[in-house]
Design a protein around this ligand. Structure first.
Ligand SMILES: [Mg+2]
Length: 219
């Protein structure tokens, strides 16, 4: 086990993209949902593959959202039902090593914290975005105060954490892979259980189909 294990959230810890599903569950108007899904997925992928700025991609998607704190609460229940299979089956491994785990995500802490709490991962181990609400309690935009927002990419964020010791990172996206490519993690494992992004697999040295593969490698 490394000293630090960075785990991505969307399409890694859980099987879907939380912000996209959240928006699709709370659409701001009567837009055609399949059309909107395609549009949102395109923006997500462009953000993830580095074609457009990641924070820009988040704000673009938030334009379609109509939600408040209660919407987040009920959505947490959906997320808990969509934890990746091998994370569910290796819950004990995660709990035992939870003190070494950091969740670094382009998603939102309000959605991530209730899910990883059951794995003994605390709020201060999560680096993610935060929502800003308007005076009516509706989600307005992304907070500019978080480390995630300020550093804009996972590379810059991990660099700022100045982690000591051996660091591994597991994720499905290019933003995860970049942390290793730029030298801020000792190993990167492209996680393909939920989605296999060829560009990420090509850039990585090792791909894993599930968390069991990772546990075997480090054992
Ligand atoms: Mg991901």
């Amino acid at each position: 086990m490394p000293d630090n294990l960075i785990i991505d959230f969307d399409s890694t810890f859980i099987s879907l993209e939380s912000l996209d599903e959240f928006i699709l569950n709370n659409i701001s108007n009567s837009a055609n949902s399949s059309e909107l899904r395609a549009k949102i997925e395109k923006i997500t992928n462009q953000g993830m593959e580095g074609i457009i700025d990641f924070n820009f991609s988040v704000n673009e998607r938030l334009k379609y959202l109509c939600a408040n704190r209660d919407s987040i609460k009920s959505f947490s229940k959906i997320l808990k039902k969509n934890i990746t299979n091998s994370f569910l089956s290796n819950k004990q491994f995660i709990i035992e090593n939870s003190h070494k785990i950091l969740i670094i995500s382009g998603g939102f802490i309000e959605m991530i914290a209730p899910v990883v709490k059951d794995y003994n991962i605390k709020k201060d181990q999560i680096y993610a975005n935060e929502f800003m609400f308007n005076k009516n309690g509706m989600i307005k935009t992304i907070s500019k105060k978080t480390l995630s927002y300020k550093h804009s990419t996972k590379v810059h964020l991990v660099k700022s954490l100045n982690l000591k010791g051996l660091t591994h990172i597991i994720g499905d996206g290019m933003t995860d892979c970049e942390v290793w490519r730029k030298g801020y993690a000792d190993e990167f494992y492209a996680f393909t259980e939920n989605i296999r992004r060829e560009v990420v697999v090509r850039c990585s040295r090792q791909a894993i189909n599930c968390l069991d593969d990772y546990i075997k490698i480090i054992s």
